[in-house]
Design a protein around this ligand. Structure first.
Ligand code: UD1
Ligand code: UDP
Length: 366
């Protein structure tokens, strides 16, 4: 029986791997968690809400420099792979966990399935771009979400035989969990409590290129303040720990806290977050997953970045790139608020988990 190792480490990986883990239930698989994310609301809350099995291996790597963090993961993942000897490992996305997991497996000649393969921002300043490119080039199974992603890797010389267009498992996760969230009385009460039943914009921000640069982060703070003033709307801001740390370090946090329309809250669970997204008038973000989820949930999105590896969202007009310039951001918001929300989701119909597991488990027959 084919043995599969699933490796994950951060909030979006836990969420987007959840449909695959569900499909692997009762199959020969084990789960490695690097603990790149470890705070309760970035980690355990998702295992609980998504009803996922406890990881077989918790590596307790935590935070660190890119090299330090990736290196520690590589050492620890290798030990587990040597012990477990899987036929395949599966990684999802573009984090340091993904690169470490893929590299450890590749050196041991264990086949790699890369879920969300082929995404490209073509911006090598992003740590995620390096992780994506390297992982794609050492994988045997490249699970591209869309035709565009598949073309990107074909253009890099990867053989067509390795590429499977399977949609994005974020659609599975969204569909599987939105209904649960909407039928949960406590989650609906949470929504009322946080929003006061008023219209709101939902904001998230955490990408290194935005948070770690004082000028850019200052511009973003100015933009967020202007946005709330111009529209007189609440901005709900579940804040990533990285962003809180950086806003504090740069003495920018009070500029946000002093604005009563901006509601900073701790990161929330996936069910709570889906409800916040679904009911938002607009999503303002630099997150990859949110660009997709906004598109799936038919909520207009303004992306606080100069580029995106999710161009499908721009093509269907669910998303616009606004960078960090306040004027640009305000113009983009104005434009997206006029959206008729009539786009179709380009990320598949929610069966990615099943397709991926079928392909991986069927491999030994050939
Ligand atoms: C990582 C990924 C990014 C992804 C994001 C999802 C890389 C290079 N980056 O960024 O692609 O979009 O996860 O959220 O892999 N921290 C905590 N608690 C936690 C986790 C982090 O307090 O549970 C704080 C620490 O101060 C840490 C900082 O956040 O230094 C950054 O964490 P890290 O995992 O290095 O990167 P993310 O910004 O989370
Ligand atoms: N998310 C969540 N709670 C929050 C913020 C985000 O559950 O407070 C979810 C969101 O629905 C999406 C994922 O986290 O599925 C996105 O993660 P993040 O933005 O951290 O990473 P990225 O997608 O940019 O890699």
């Amino acid at each position: 029986m084919v043995k599969v190792g699933v490796i994950l480490g951060t909030r979006p990986e836990i969420i987007k791997m959840s449909p695959i883990i569900r499909e692997l239930k009762n199959k020969n698989f084990f789960l490695i968690h690097t603990n790149q994310h470890y705070s309760k609301n970035m980690d355990k809350v998702f295992f609980k809400e998504l009803n996922l099995p406890k990881p077989d291996y918790n590596l307790n790597i935590g935070s660190g420099s890119h090299g330090g963090q990736t290196g520690k993961m590589l050492i620890e993942i290798e030990k587990v792979l040597l012990k477990e000897k899987p036929d395949f490992i599966l990684v999802q996305g573009d984090t340091n966990t993904v690169l470490a997991g893929a590299l450890a497996a590749s050196k041991l000649c264990i086949k790699i399935g890369h879920i969300e393969a082929g995404l490209r921002s073509f911006d090598r300043k992003m740590p995620e771009e390096t992780n994506r490119v390297l992982t794609d080039h050492i994988s045997e199974f490249l699970f591209a979400p869309t035709e565009i992603a598949a073309k990107n890797i074909l253009n890099e010389g990867i053989s067509n035989e390795k590429i499977h267009i399977v949609g994005n498992s974020v659609v599975d996760a969204t569909i599987q969990n939105l209904e649960i969230a909407e039928n949960n009385e406590n989650i609906c009460k949470f929504l009322s409590k946080i929003t006061g039943n008023k219209k709101y914009f939902l904001l998230t921000l955490h990408r290194a290129e935005n948070t770690d640069n004082f000028e850019i982060l200052s511009d973003l703070v100015t933009s967020i303040n202007k946005l709330s003033e111009n529209y007189g709307k609440n901005i709900i801001f579940p804040i990533h720990p990285r962003t809180y740390k950086k806003l504090s370090e740069f003495n920018l946090i009070d500029k946000i806290k002093s604005n009563s329309l901006i509601k900073i809250i701790e990161p929330v669970g996936y069910l709570e977050f889906l409800i916040l997204e679904k009911n938002a008038e607009l999503i303002v973000t630099d997150s990859g997953g949110l660009q997709e989820e906004a598109c799936i949930l038919n909520v207009p999105c303004v992306t606080l970045r100069e580029n995106t590896e999710r161009p499908e969202t721009i093509h269907v007009n669910s998303n616009i790139l606004a960078g960090s310039d306040p004027k640009n951001i305000l113009n983009s918001v104005e434009k997206m608020l006029k959206s008729d929300r009539s786009w179709n989701n380009p990320f598949g119909c929610g069966n990615s988990g099943k397709l991926i597991v079928d392909i991986v488990l069927g491999e030994k027959k050939y």
